[in-house]
Write a protein that binds this ligand. Structure first.
Ligand SMILES: C[S@@+](CC[C@H](N)C(=O)[O-])C[C@H]1O[C@@H](n2cnc3c(N)ncnc32)[C@H](O)[C@@H]1O
Length: 345
């Protein structure tokens, strides 16, 4: 278990590949009086997304071509979990931004964060066409390709990122993730080792590197990588547990591979129950892979209470349920209520 005094998992450096931007950006030239935009940006920077959204909308009413307003509106809506509105705003911003690779990258990262993976890939690809050396877009693409089941493309994008930015540790860690194959670990270990040489305090790299060494049977190498108090004790224990089960268990570096392997290994028939849907990425995958009806449970209000370093309400979609799908039933409400109700039926 993670304890409150444990250091954060990610240390001082996070990957540039995952998630959307927390802070707003400026893309275009100021196009006239933009006090409202400046106020929106101030709220946005202070994580007051609810206040920022109507101000961005006011700017758009005055200036429907404002790239800053559309893209930052999209970014604020992503933070609020309001996927449908965010998607519309990010699409509009990306269309207006045309040849600006940074704007395209940010639009793509926002789309990826709300689970619009295919659309995000198209926009990231636009960003790397505009700037082949764009590291953030390459890393975003690498992560997306892995989640879309295209490992070779993921490796190629991550390699391109390491060529563009050879001293960027997060590019090497993304290459580790793309290369990861629990039955041939050498190439992944080489990449995470490089990330750690560049940033010895990079906690996620330390965890991935140590876990890969443990899985590869190098117990002393793993101990050295995991030592030093950078990682919390629970994670180190988990690696030890995995190591003990490595002859029978498998490990993967993407949610997609993990869920597909779990579906393939399932021996019981009947419906699939998913607890925690958010934007429905895993639900869509299960609906395709599990071969039965999926019952997907979520309050769509985020975590009901704080959990480790995550505040209550994190992962909320502000009540928004993903689009309907033929073999999925969404059960909206707290697990403790909805599971009991469905069980009785
Ligand atoms: C990390 S997200 C799920 C991500 C999703 N499986 C995916 O791969 O995209 C966790 C979700 O669990 C939901 N959740 C957590 N605790 C819950 C509870 N007790 N009752 C209902 N929903 C809950 C949150 O609303 C949130 O959407």
């Amino acid at each position: 278990m993670r304890r409150s005094r444990d250091p954060p998992l990610s240390g001082p450096l996070r990957s540039k590949a995952g998630g959307s931007k927390r802070t707003p950006a400026r893309y275009g030239e100021a196009r006239g009086p933009d006090d409202e935009l400046a106020r929106a940006l101030r709220h946005h920077r202070a994580a007051r997304y609810e206040e920022a959204v109507p101000l961005y909308r006011d700017v758009i009413v005055r200036d429907p071509m404002s790239i800053d307003a559309w893209l930052n509106l999209g970014g604020a809506l992503v933070r609020l979990g309001r996927a449908a509105e965010a998607r519309a705003a990010l699409r509009r911003g990306a269309a207006l931004a045309g040849g600006d690779p940074r704007a395209q990258r940010d639009a793509a990262a926002g789309l990826a964060a709300i689970g619009a993976l295919e659309e995000a890939r198209v926009v990231f690809e636009r960003a790397v066409c505009l700037d082949e050396a764009a590291v953030g877009a390459r890393l975003g693409l690498a992560r997306l390709c892995l989640e879309l089941g295209e490992r070779d493309a993921a490796i190629s994008h991550a390699e391109r990122a390491t060529l563009s930015a050879p001293s960027d540790a997060s590019s090497w860690l993304e290459l580790h993730r793309a290369r990861f194959d629990d039955r041939a670990l050498g190439p992944a270990i080489e990449a995470s080792g490089r990330a750690l040489e560049l940033r010895p305090d990079y906690a996620v790299a330390r965890l991935f590197h140590g876990a890969a060494l443990a899985w590869d049977g190098d117990a002393s190498g793993a101990r050295a990588a995991l030592a030093g108090g950078v990682l919390d004790a629970g994670l180190v224990d988990a690696v030890g547990f995995c190591q003990a089960h490595r002859s029978t268990a498998r490990v993967f570096s993407s949610t997609r591979q993990t869920l597909l392997a779990a579906c393939a290994a399932a021996t019981l028939g009947g419906p699939v129950v998913e607890l925690g849907v958010r934007h429905g990425v895993s639900t869509r995958l299960l609906a395709r892979a599990a071969g039965g009806h999926v019952h997907a449970f979520d309050s769509f209000e985020g975590l009901p209470q704080a959990w480790h370093d995550k505040a209550r309400g994190v992962f909320s979609t502000a009540g928004e349920v993903p689009e309907e799908q033929p073999n999925v039933t969404f059960h909206k409400g707290l697990f403790e209520d909805t599971l009991r109700r469905s069980w009785r039926r």
